[in-house]
Design a protein around this ligand. Structure first.
Ligand SMILES: C[S@@+](CC[C@H](N)C(=O)[O-])C[C@H]1O[C@@H](n2cnc3c(N)ncnc32)[C@H](O)[C@@H]1O
Length: 202
């Protein structure tokens, strides 16, 4: 069953994300939280039930988080990493028992070591990779690959328009260089805009 948030809470999260988009359009990169359908499919795209350590990148208002948490083993380590302190504070209020690091994927190695989390099994990314400058795409992906265990996986989603941009194509070229295997999973139509999921295995 796919979780549905109460309408009032969902409305509040839409407004918060929209406000942050107006303030920081490139890093927020969306005016609406991901749908519960995308959250569900992202959670099913990696083996969360077997994972001992999971990192969520760019959780924003937590659109994917509940779906991830409800599949996690009770003894698994979970760390969320969010650049925007306003969104991070909102996330922490919603998930007070879970760890949040305010910071960038560019510092993921250091963040993971500060939180004593290593050899990560799964990284679930909602980062707007195509909006990143090429240096951040490159350094962020290096950090991701470095903290993953061999065989570990990153799942991320993209929108058609983003992947058509030169920076989107650069991102795909980089993941194909840095990961042993890249799989393009099915489209999720029930999301605004429709999204597809990429699963990258180290
Ligand atoms: C497209 S939104 C996704 C929000 C939410 N996970 C969802 O699916 O609705 C991208 C999120 O990534 C965060 N972000 C952007 N750049 C980042 C970076 N360099 N490191 C960590 N988080 C970042 C943004 O602040 C924002 O919360």
């Amino acid at each position: 069953m796919i979780n549905r948030k109460p309408a009032q809470e969902s409305f509040r999260e839409h407004i918060l994300l929209l406000r942050e988009f107006v303030r920081a359009p490139l890093s927020t990169a969306t005016i609406a939280p991901s749908s519960r359908h995308l959250a569900h499919r992202m959670a099913l795209s990696v083996d969360l039930e077997k994972a001992g350590s999971v990192v969520e990148l760019g959780p924003g208002t937590g659109a994917l988080t509940s779906e991830l948490l409800r599949r996690l083993r009770h003894d698994a380590r979970f760390l969320a990493v969010e650049l925007n302190p306003v969104l991070a504070a909102d996330w922490q209020r919603q998930f007070p028992r879970h760890q949040m690091a305010v910071g960038s994927v560019a510092d993921l190695r250091q963040i993971c070591s500060q939180h004593q989390i290593g050899n990560v099994d799964c990284i679930v990314s909602a980062l707007p990779w195509p909006s990143f400058p090429s240096e951040l795409q490159e350094s962020g992906l290096e950090e991701v690959v470095d903290v993953l265990r061999p065989g570990g996986q990153m799942v991320t989603f993209g929108y058609h328009v983003g992947m058509l941009m030169p920076s989107g194509r650069n991102f795909v070229r980089l993941i194909e260089q840095k990961f042993r295997r890249v799989e393009r999973l099915k489209w999720v139509w029930r999301n605004l805009p429709p999204a597809y999921i990429l699963r990258c295995t180290k």
